[in-house]
Design a protein around this ligand. Structure first.
Ligand code: MG
Length: 258
């Protein structure tokens, strides 16, 4: 099922399950309190979608997880054999339709459309074979990056951590086979990046085993699983759309920060 977080008439965020053209409104946060319903239905066209989750503790990201993307950066970065982990602060998260604010920095701002794992249970040293026990579902993320700052700084906290650099959404799909999904990224409708999750170097079960050996993952934490190939940036006034089959399209306009 597709789970969304939204606001009705500017009220506090609620969760709902998509049912046809409506959301069935849930009584709490399904990552913490299950799928109890309020009995209320609301037309999907009448809500403002929000980021489907605000991670309680962290946005974990996997770098260089597609061979073709690793190869296009091979002159600038070493190629690790184990998953490369980095973090974004949860303050970088924004929702569908929210503006990506481009900071006044030198160099390229690039999009990275990625499959995102949403964690549903406390996860500590989870074996790959047991990965499904701790997954709530999957959404779409844009691992926005100030590409030239990555190289200038030698680490990625600044380049990846600006406010608005982690759009998530539009929904969390709780029943999805992650292993063969097309990921496509467009800027103003022009195709930029495309790939398929079957080409991940480290699979979802392997990522969960590796990451949960390092950090305890909490319900609502997310893991961005890496971008396919196709370098490209975006500029003030452009719109970035990322489509993953089975989930939907995450769309965000970009504007220079004022
Ligand atoms: Mg990335």
């Amino acid at each position: 099922m597709k789970v969304a977080r939204f606001s009705i008439d500017g009220a506090d965020p609620r969760y709902g399950i998509l049912d046809g053209d409506d959301f069935v409104v849930l009584s709490g946060d399904p990552m913490f309190s299950g799928f109890g319903t309020t009995g209320q239905r609301v037309a999907a066209s009448d809500v403002k979608l929000l980021a489907p989750v605000i991670p309680r503790s962290k946005v974990v990201c996997i770098g260089l997880n597609y061979a073709a993307h690793r190869d296009e950066l091979k002159n600038e970065l070493a190629s690790p054999t184990a998953p490369l982990i980095f973090l974004k602060p949860n303050t970088a998260v924004v929702g569908p339709g929210d503006t990506i604010q481009i900071p006044p920095v030198e160099g390229r701002i690039v999009h990275e459309g990625e499959l995102v794992i949403v964690i549903g249970k406390i996860a500590k040293r989870v074996k790959a074979a047991d990965y499904a026990d701790v997954v709530f579902g999957y959404t779409i993320g844009n691992d926005v990056s100030a590409r030239d700052q990555m190289f200038a700084d030698g680490q990625w906290a600044r380049a990846k951590g600006y406010d608005t650099f982690a759009p998530l959404g539009p929904v969390i799909e709780t029943e999805l086979d992650w292993s063969n999904l097309e990921i496509q990224t467009y800027v103003d409708g022009e195709p930029r990046r495309s790939g398929n999750t079957r080409d991940m170097l480290h699979t979802v079960p392997e990522i969960i085993e590796y990451v949960s050996d390092v950090f305890t993952l909490l319900p609502g934490d997310v893991i961005m699983t890496g971008t396919p190939a196709g370098l490209g940036g975006f500029l003030d006034g452009q719109t970035i759309d990322i489509t993953i089959e089975g989930i939907g399209t995450l769309s965000n306009p970009a504007k220079n920060r004022v």
